[in-house]
Design a protein around this ligand. Structure first.
Ligand code: HEM
Length: 133
């Protein structure tokens, strides 16, 4: 990622964290399960904890921007955990699409093509590391 992309993602992150996490979670999981209903069974019946998990996922994505080395053991473990759940490449694509869609809705007028491409590279880099793990 370029420094400019990192800067863009970090700035939008501040705004995102000011939005109710429950709302962001609802938007993300609704979009995800509409796009691919088969994914629903991978998640717990009770989704109340899941909004926190989505924020955890975002923390990983943004946190990984500058601490790739520190996180690498954790990334390996997280990658394994996802592999054990049966998660494969096309799932990463669907989750990435739902994430970008959610960010677009959440960031509203602050959203633009440059920011979209910055978030996409950020997500793809981490998704690749998780799959390599
Ligand atoms: C860059 C991509 C991703 C990141 C950073 C990420 C991050 C995380 C994190 C931090 C957790 C919580 C782990 C824990 O509590 O121990 C988690 C759990 C989980 N993730 Fe991901 N994830 C990613 C992609 C995906 C994809 C593509 C799927 C496929 C649908 C997925 C499905 C799940 C499921 C089913 C759980 C467990 C939920 C539960 O049992 O509560 N994740 N993920």
């Amino acid at each position: 990622m370029t420094n400019q992309e990192i800067k863009l993602v970090k700035n939008s992150w501040r705004k995102l964290m000011g939005i109710d996490h429950g709302i962001i979670g609802d938007v993300f999981y609704s979009r995800l399960f509409i796009q691919q209903p088969g994914l629903r069974k991978m998640f717990p019946a009770d989704m109340t904890q899941q909004n926190k998990k989505l924020v955890d996922m975002l923390v990983y994505i943004v946190g990984g921007l500058e601490q790739a080395d520190i996180l690498s053991n954790e990334i390996r473990a997280l990658g394994k955990q996802h592999q054990n759940l049966g998660i494969v490449a096309h799932h990463y694509e669907t989750v990435g699409d739902a994430l970008i869609w959610t960010l677009e809705k959440a960031l509203g007028i602050d959203w633009n093509e440059e920011l979209k491409s910055a978030w996409k590279s950020c997500y793809s880099e981490l998704a690749e590391s998780l799959q390599e793990a």
